[in-house]
Design a protein around this ligand. Structure first.
Ligand code: AKG
Ligand code: FE2
Length: 281
């Protein structure tokens, strides 16, 4: 694993809100990631979250519908919760350190991982911001996106508006059918050109949770598989939004409480504190 980020990559990330790491995984690692993601997604059926993390009362909202969004991508969240191999891949301080170095923060927690598999002839991923969906607000939230297949402008590569994270507020749109709705909220971004991020399988990108991004349609008869992980800087506080938290968790927090439950959001790397190791979970 090519897990050491350079000063140039950090500077590029800070300036543009995203960065690409070529050849992040070697060929053997890529095969392991593909295998584990395939197994973990396969065993979920239609359930987006692990069964153990879903409230009976609100189970319906985590079952995939057969709608437009289901054809943007198959989305299965927190595979680390219910697949041992995915847990080994995600609870890895090398990933945490990459994220901490790029984001320039002290410690990194998993907010959620997610497999995002665009089906053959899949719909585009509308422009959006990530952090406004989550249960904490941070200008330093960061996500990893690993290409499990070669991604090009033909099959739904990511696109970013370089530097958008610098002027983003937390105004957002949902990923709907009009892919450009975000630009109604941020007209200045709508006048800029997007960067198309084509990557070989095994390469990855990181993006800031406030950097505008989307992905193209899949104009091929093949799947476009990506494994991603959204990270929360250690010390981030509850903002009142439920997102992936259970009703019980939401009821237990007041706005402003620090989200430091390692069973929900494991601290996978910290520069000076003890952090979670695989054996601890
Ligand atoms: O893979 C995609 O189509 C979108 C990815 C995305 O929005 C993300 O990783 O935050
Ligand atoms: Fe996103």
């Amino acid at each position: 694993m090519n897990h050491l980020v350079t000063e140039e990559q950090i500077a590029f990330y800070q300036d543009n809100g995203y960065v690409v790491i070529d050849d992040f995984l070697n060929a053997e690692e890529l095969e392991v990631w593909r295998q584990y993601v395939g197994e973990a997604v396969g065993s979920r059926g239609k359930l987006k979250l692990a069964a153990s993390r879903v409230d009976a009362a609100s189970a319906d909202k985590w079952i995939e519908d057969d709608n437009y969004y289901a054809r943007v991508f198959t989305q299965r969240i927190n595979l680390w919760n219910d697949h041992g191999g995915m847990r080994r891949l995600m609870i890895d301080d090398r990933l945490g350190k990459m994220a901490a170095d790029l984001a320039q923060v002290e410690g990194i927690r998993i907010w959620h991982d997610q497999a995002l598999i665009k089906p053959p002839w899949g719909n585009p991923t509308g422009w959006h911001l990530d952090n406004p969906y989550w249960s904490f607000y941070s200008r330093d939230a960061i996500s990893l996106w690993v290409a499990l297949d070669d991604v090009t402008a033909n099959n739904g590569c990511l696109y970013f508006i370089p530097g958008a994270h610098k002027t983003a507020t937390w105004e957002n749109v949902s990923i709907g059918q009009n892919i450009g709705d975000l630009f109604d909220a941020y007209p200045e971004w709508g006048k800029r050109e997007a960067a198309a991020i084509e990557m070989k399988a095994g390469s990855c990108s990181f993006h800031n949770g406030l950097c505008a991004h989307g992905a193209g349609a899949n104009m091929t008869p093949y799947y476009r598989r990506a494994m991603t992980c959204a990270y929360m800087p250690d010390g981030s506080a509850f903002n009142g939004q439920q997102n992936i938290l259970s009703d019980e968790q939401v009821a237990s927090y007041a706005i402003g409480d620090v989200l430091d439950d390692d069973a929900q959001s494991p601290l996978i790397y910290h520069r000076s504190k003890n952090y979670v190791r695989l054996e601890d979970l």
